[in-house]
Design a protein. Structure first.
Length: 277
């Protein structure tokens, strides 16, 4: 009998998660495990989960389902890791002997991705964007020592949930939102969670950031990443985040650890194929 896992979201066809998880299964010799991408629009997660049979073991959640999953977990009394509530959303759902358990592997994945490539200051952070990824990366940087987090958003009012999430960190960081790049101050770390078309690469020089955390991995390089490469600024990419959080998901779903290099190599090959390299 095949043990089934999948990534859920909308859109989801672009996701590298199937490539990474299948590479992990190959490395672990799990020939009877499968991992697919399934389109699940917002507002339909409960119905999808109700239709799953006992062969389903684990699910990865992407936009727009991360916050929806937390609400559903509360309604149904599912176990949640403490970082799910801290982040205000979950990206992982695993079925165990006592039912479903929700987690957010973006937080530890983001922190590990930063530590892998950068050992400098992280006290002052500028995050471009105000969604669930902004909240997760902001919290991860607070775990690493950030004390001031500034969000550059189109609407401070719509970013209130993310602001509240980061303010809730145990370290009590200073968190504020601005709606104009003219209000941006200097930063040690620049985090981008917005599409490439919405990026202003001049922000990198304006902030003086020594680290760029670019949540995207395709297309690459993004305007921010290209500017960072020209300036010699350290870059943590969306692929770095994806592989580190996926390693944690694989271990939760299968019970086995897999080397991060296996997943990174698989992701790099898939991206090169997409770009015709």
């Amino acid at each position: 009998m095949t043990t089934r896992c999948a990534v859920l979201g909308d859109p989801v066809e672009h996701s590298l998660s199937p490539v990474l998880h299948r590479a992990a299964y190959d490395e672990l010799g799990l020939a009877d495990w499968s991992y697919d991408a399934v389109r699940v629009p917002g507002g339909t997660l409960a119905g999808f989960l109700d239709g799953l049979d006992a062969t389903w073991r684990g699910l990865s959640l992407t936009m727009p389902l991360k916050r929806e999953l937390l609400t559903l977990a509360d309604e149904r009394g599912w176990e949640c890791h403490s970082r799910v509530r801290a982040a205000g959303g979950a990206n992982t759902l695993v079925r165990g002997s006592t039912g479903w358990r929700a987690d957010n592997t973006d937080l530890p994945g983001a922190a590990t991705a930063v530590q892998e490539r950068y050992a400098g200051a992280v006290e002052r952070v500028l995050v471009v964007g105000g969604g669930a990824t902004a909240a997760s990366v902001g919290l991860a940087l607070c775990d690493l020592g950030a004390t001031r987090v500034q969000l550059l958003v189109r609407s401070a009012e719509r970013a209130q949930e993310t602001l509240a999430t980061i303010r809730g960190h145990d370290s009590a960081p200073e968190v504020l939102a601005v709606e104009s790049a003219d209000e941006v101050t200097t930063a040690d770390v620049l985090v981008s969670t917005v599409p490439a078309a919405a990026q202003d690469p001049g922000l990198l020089a304006r902030t003086g950031a020594a680290l760029l955390f670019e949540a995207l991995y395709d297309p690459w390089p993004t305007p921010f990443a290209a500017a960072a490469e020209r300036a010699g600024t350290t870059v943590v990419s969306g692929l770095d985040l994806l592989v580190h959080q996926a390693v944690l998901q694989v271990e939760q779903m299968t019970g086995h650890a897999v080397p991060v290099g296996v997943l990174r190599a698989a992701g790099e090959r898939a991206l090169a194929a997409r770009r015709g390299a």
